[in-house]
Design a binder for this molecule. Structure first.
Ligand SMILES: *Cc1c(COP(=O)(O)O)cnc(C)c1O
Length: 813
């Protein structure tokens, strides 16, 4: 904490304005969207290449921020708009922020662990914090705040009660690390590893190592893995005599790991993870435990309780049609603010009724009455309908919380008092608790039980892909997204909700029921139905869905049903696909019927290309586009008004920019597959299909495996795993007998014998695996397109075949 009047002594600059009101500064901010307690915040207005913090001053002032550091000498006319604000002018707001953090750090004597390296920084930080929680009061960087701005913001949160700091540091340019070193002043360094990739700004791997080493040059203890040769050579050469270097080395003996380099000792340990990256990350933590005086026995027992770090916020399906956002990652006020923003983004979403289950919020330096009053206000602003508070502190201050509330002393008393099946229905629940409250128990209890097989949908990847296709369109071109067939297997209304949030223009489904489902789940975008059966016209109209009309028969049925009522329709024109649609020669007759029935309005008229993804069909595609153009011109002439024109699908968007007309129809591209193979690098994988190992067996050479005895044990002592996915889940029988392979702990394992309805057998000889381990059917490296090629089909069929019983799990990074 600091007062504005003392700021100039620390960071210099000149005071532009300092009205009498003096407030205490507890928080530093550089992003107007991430304010915690505005009245106690000092905002640094930074001018970057894309953003200029000065643009947000009016908004920040309106939100109650009263202390600012700026880089621009604001004229009197501007200052007068912020009569109560204290404003300090400096040359560089980033320098000022870093200087303030440096001075703050100097005020504390505590061990500070700094972590750098190419990979694993956040995981090592989180695991170290988990393992050392019983011994220390730990302050650590939130998420991966490791940049020139993130590090000072993290260091600012060191407070008197802390006994250990754990922070990450990352750089992208030469000369950045020296600055981070001065802010962190670490006493223990962990150099996780070094990648070979040539990063922006560095000419060689050694230059990168040398730059990162700046963080540790005065550090009394440094930890690294001796297996990284370049790193080992460098450190052995440049370490100083008074530095204690722990260069650990691991060898595996069966299921045990032997770690050397911990003083004179070698520790033998069982680790809870077996993939190479996790082993390295966990052993950095082991070395840290060693240097903080923990014994092997103590370390081993804590390792077995280590939980995987979930860096992502998952949107999980809960009991009784609830959705859960399970986030116990950051338990302070700043973390709560972030999680509530995510909750609010689901607004249009899935469920409108919002519940928050919240533990005591450990927050130093703010009186509980001010803290909880602020939290209560935040919850009201974010439209939270029900608050369940767990913990003694929050319970005492219950009077601040409005609306429907319930309070409990502990997680145990909550779990005992509540019957979840009766208590939670149809709502979006945010679970947010400090570690000691073990809220993961609440998460497990509310989560719908998933049979091991699940399709994980990366919502960030969907947004990336959406933005990629948008970048291919002129600003005025509209975007229709195909969410037929359960959004290509990815989950209709979760995907539709995201598309609504990102403001696409139209959605399309195949059948009326699919559209009704979207409406029932709060989707208000216009929706076209491609194949509306006449029996469903009633539903179609009452749910405000717009039918495709492709023949005179359907047109006649619709007119009879409407009996003069108005409706908007979409006309399908067959220009060569030979599937549904009016032909060019029928346009005149169509115009006549429409002109006689003015209650029908044509919202759009469209056609579909039969071979837009293949250059060999270019002539045919151009012919289709020409036929389409003639047809819609004739239609428009005959009707006397304009309507939306559209013809291209995902591959067509890329290959026929001249045929975008007024709108394009995006399908498979959104889900991460670029069927032309031209722009795949710009798309991200959306779906990852996973299952688990149910059982492991050892089978002697030559024995038969599975139905029809079509599999054979190939190796002496073949190791066989039975996995919980079969053709009824959408893992085609075509993958039987070695045609398909799946991934077990990163290694490919072929299918053995015939795939059964609910499971199949794979050969895992030589692969380290245990019953219950995860198995990947497809992901970003074993792709849907690879799978399709193996069984002679197309990616569309692979993703839409994943059956409804496979749970969909949605997440954002
Ligand atoms: C499914 C469909 C699309 C989308 O095709 P993709 O190849 O998945 O982009 C476009 N138009 C019509 C008429 C469709 O049926």
């Amino acid at each position: 904490m600091i007062a504005f009047k003392d700021l100039v002594d620390i960071i210099g600059g000149s005071v532009l304005q300092e009205p009498a009101t003096q407030s205490v500064i507890s928080y530093l901010a550089t992003d107007s969207r991430k304010l915690v307690l505005p009245a106690r915040t000092l905002f640094f207005a930074i001018r970057g290449t894309r953003h200029n913090g000065h643009h947000y001053l009016p908004d920040l002032y309106a939100q109650g921020v009263r202390n600012f550091v700026v880089e621009v000498a604001l004229p009197e006319s501007v200052l007068s708009r912020y009569p109560e604000a204290n404003i300090l002018l400096v040359n560089s707001a980033v320098d000022a922020l870093q200087l303030l953090a440096r001075v703050h750090r100097q005020g504390f004597v505590l061990p500070v662990v700094a972590i750098t390296g190419s990979n694993g920084k956040t995981i090592v930080k989180e695991w170290a914090a988990q393992l050392l929680a019983p011994d220390f009061n730990i302050v650590r960087s939130p998420k991966s705040y490791n940049s020139q701005i993130g590090v000072p913001l993290s260091v600012w949160s060191i407070a008197p009660q802390h006994t250990l700091g754990i922070f990450e540091a990352g750089i992208s340019q030469p000369h950045e690390m020296t600055r981070l070193q001065a802010i962190l002043q670490p006493t223990i360094g962990i150099f996780t590893n070094i990648g070979t990739a040539h990063d922006e700004g560095f000419s060689s791997q050694n230059e990168k190592i040398a730059e990162k080493w700046q963080l540790f040059k005065d550090c009394p203890v440094v930890i690294y893995n001796r297996a990284h040769e370049a790193l080992d050579t460098f450190i052995q050469k440049y370490k100083s005599d008074n530095q204690y270097v722990i260069a650990w080395k691991v060898t595996r003996e069966g299921t045990r790991y032997r770690v050397e380099g911990l003083g004179g000792e070698a520790w033998e340990l069982n680790l809870p993870f077996s993939d190479a990256a996790s082993v390295e990350n966990v052993l950095h933590c082991v070395a840290l435990m060693f240097c903080l005086g923990k014994t092997q026995a103590e370390t081993q027992s804590r390792l077995l309780a280590l939980k995987p770090v979930s860096m992502r916020l998952e949107l999980k399906q809960g009991i009784n049609q609830c959705y859960l956002i399970d986030d116990s990652y950051n338990n302070d006020l700043a973390g709560l603010t972030l999680a509530l923003d995510l909750l609010n983004q689901q607004n249009q979403a899935v469920k409108s009724r919002k519940t928050v289950i919240l533990s005591d919020v450990p927050q130093a330096g703010i009186e509980p009455t001010i803290l909880y009053k602020h939290i209560a206000q935040l919850l009201t602003e974010k439209n939270v309908r029900r608050v369940i508070g767990i913990g003694k502190e929050i319970k005492v201050l219950r009077q601040f919380f409005e609306g429907e509330t319930a309070f409990f002393d502990s997680t145990d008393s909550f779990l005992e008092a509540i019957k979840p099946q009766q208590y939670f229905h149809n709502e979006l629940i945010l679970i947010k608790g400090a570690r000691s409250f073990e809220f993961e128990r609440i998460g497990q209890w509310l989560q719908e039980k998933v049979h091991g097989t699940r399709l994980e949908i990366n919502l960030d990847a969907l947004v990336n892909n959406l933005n990629f296709y948008k970048s291919k369109l002129k600003p005025e071109t509209k975007l229709m997204v195909m969410v037929k067939a359960f959004a290509y297997g990815s989950g209709s209304y979760e995907v539709a909700n995201l598309l609504q949030f990102h403001r696409v223009d139209y959605l399309t489904v195949a059948y009326t029921d699919e559209g009704v489902d979207l409406r029932r789940n709060g989707i208000t975008l216009p929706i076209m139905v491609m194949n509306p059966a006449p029996e469903t016209f009633d539903k179609l109209l009452s749910f405000n869905l717009e039918p495709e009309v492709y023949s005179f028969r359907i047109l006649q049925k619709l007119l009879e049903h409407l009996d003069g009522q108005p409706a908007k329709i979409h006309l399908k024109i067959d220009t060569g696909m030979r599937r549904l649609g009016f032909e060019e020669k029928e346009i005149a007759a169509l115009v006549q019927v429409l002109n006689e029935n003015k209650n029908l309005t044509v919202g759009s008229a469209f056609s579909h290309l039969a071979g837009s993804d293949e250059a060999k069909h270019n002539d045919f595609s151009h012919q289709q586009i020409a036929t389409y153009t003639r047809s819609v011109e004739a239609l428009e002439q005959g009707l006397g008004y304009k309507f939306i024109r559209h013809i291209v699908n995902s591959p067509g968007i890329i290959r026929f920019p001249e045929a975008h007309f007024d709108m394009v129809r995006l399908g498979i591209g959104l889900y991460g597959v670029e069927v032309n193979g031209l722009e795949q690098a710009h798309l991200q994988t959306v779906g990852t299909l996973k299952t688990v190992i149910s059982q492991i067996k050892h089978v002697p050479t030559g024995e038969s495996i599975g139905y029809g005895r079509r599999g054979l044990a190939q190796h002496p002592d073949t190791t066989l795993a039975t996995i919980a996915i079969g053709y009824a889940d959408g893992f085609s029988r075509g993958f039987s007998r070695g045609v398909g392979s799946v991934k077990v702990n990163g290694q490919l394992a072929p299918v053995v014998g015939n795939i059964c309805m609910d499971m199949c057998m794979i050969d895992i000889t030589g692969i380290a695996a245990q019953e219950g381990d995860e198995v990947v059917i497809f992901d970003d490296t074993l792709t849907i397109s690879d799978l399709a090629a193996k069984i002679n089909t197309i990616p569309y069929e692979i993703i839409t075949n994943i059956s409804a019983r496979v749970k969909r799990v949605f997440y954002t990074e």
